[in-house]
Design a protein around this ligand. Sequence first.
Ligand code: M6R
Length: 616
Amino acid sequence: MCGIVGYVGKQKASPFILEGLKRLEYRGYDSTGVAILQGGAFSLVKKTGRVANLEREVAKFNLNGTFGIGHTRWATHGGVTDANAHPHVSSDGKIALIHNGVIENYSSMKKFLVSKGYTFSSETDTEVLCNLIAYHYAKEPEVVGENRFFASVRKTLLHAEGTYGIVTMCVDLPGEMVAARKGSPLILGLGDGENIVASDVSAIVARTQNVVYLKDGEIVRLTPKEFQITTLDQEAVSPFVDKVTWSIADAELGAHAHFMEKEIFEQPLALENSMRGRFSEDSSTANFGGLNLTASELRQVDRFMFCACGTAWHACLVTEHLIERFARLPVEVDYASEFRYRNSPLDRNTLFFVMSQSGETIDTLAALREAQRKGYRVLAINNVVGSTIAREANGGIYQHVGPEIGVASTKAFTSQILLGAMLALYIARLRDMSFSDGVTYVNALKGAPDLVREALKQAPHIKAIAKRFAHHSDFLFLGRLSLFPLALEGALKLKEISYIHAEGYPAAEMKHGPIALISEKCPSVFFAPKGEIFNKVVSSMQEIKARKGPVIAIITEGCELPPGLADEVITIPDCHEAVLPIVAAIPVQLLSYYIAVDRGCDVDKPRNLAKSVTVE
Ligand code: M6R
């Protein structure tokens, strides 16, 4: 939540910062602002709404300075107003600050500062932090070996409880910035005569691919030509300079209307990238060197635990089904936000996984830390390289699907299912899956990108269905077995981007309650693939139809429905069980996308949401 960018360099800071904010806007988009240090003072422009509003406002000012900070906000403390937007400037005008996170003890700090004569123009915890830095800066004499500004930031952060990624500037020190993190991501971009600090690499790659991922508890002093990282306890840190492997073009819309559309259609390629180099030479199993576990260690595992949030949690549910089905081992899946407080009993031979596209979701991170605290090795399935979860996990699997920018997760979801299916295969082959079943499974997974390409050809048909049903205000999504999580995912996609009430249920469970919702005003989307449960799902459809509920049936090729049962039919390719949930995701992603577009919703930036949820 919240995107932050700081720039110290030789070029005009504001265009670069605005560009960076546009790329970070998916992180939060209530309000935005920039502060540029020029002519011995901060020029501050803040505006509610999107970066485009800020850009129009900035154009009215002459912002020529080459040092500045910018912020795009997802409100926590205080409503969405110009005053609450960041950057905040201390009441003495000395310090400017941007912040991502929540300062939990801000009210006691504020009381103290008010008693010292500091005044506040916003309701935010950030302004309190900013004034506390100003207080220490005004009060403390120069600290030996540290400049006074840096010392005052460090001192302030030692008092701060909660989470933060901050970047701050002092009016007396043009060309210098201090940034620090605890619980919110911050990345340094090392340029030629310029340095950048931002919430993620998308705001940096336009200028440099050399980055340093800051760790929790680290603080950095930046100038255009150098940077020094220490811990808050003043231990020196030797930075590891990483290279970003994707370019700015990967984070651009191209010919698509929305990132969500781009990411839906990118899925064949994303799946190819996720599986590349991860099958054995004999094509009978998967290879996951990053798990850091030997085959014999994996054979000791007798239970799996998966934790995640949102769409990633749905991918865990599919993985549960596949591991249980093919590797015959029990799997438990929990919401990360529940696991972290639930004190669940785990036995020693449990292998713990977290799944997270961003690798920054605070609840998932907390679940990882809680499991590690209890002595478990935690592995992560994660997309963003260098993210906090990737760094803190004891091993894992990178998704390699490139940046996912649409708030509604699509390509990350199908890649997580693919990797879950590959994991199921890997474990199954270490146990009792035969060589020939392994080869069949691998060939099926290798065919997934083409099957997804085939399913995507249904887009025009699904667009027409979306038009027909876009005005409805309630939907049910129903599926069984590995497609029950797809029903949950279909409902989540629809509600998050089109604001339509939708529920996902196991198809047969529908008659235990949700059937009361059924009328001609509440369409049901059914997953009815070929196989043992096809006839059972058809019976559930009949029950809906008997109550005048419209039925949208997603069937696999070769299935036949009784005439007149479904109002609309979407046919996807028939495929192996391990691939089916991937292919079945396509129609529900497209349906929710086209419904949202038809309703005129802001698909990539739905209201109240943010791409990565870094607050509890
Ligand atoms: O980055 P993560 O995978 O940890 O994110 C988890 C959820 O916040 C995320 O999947 C959310 O539910 C998406 N908006 C769903 O489209």
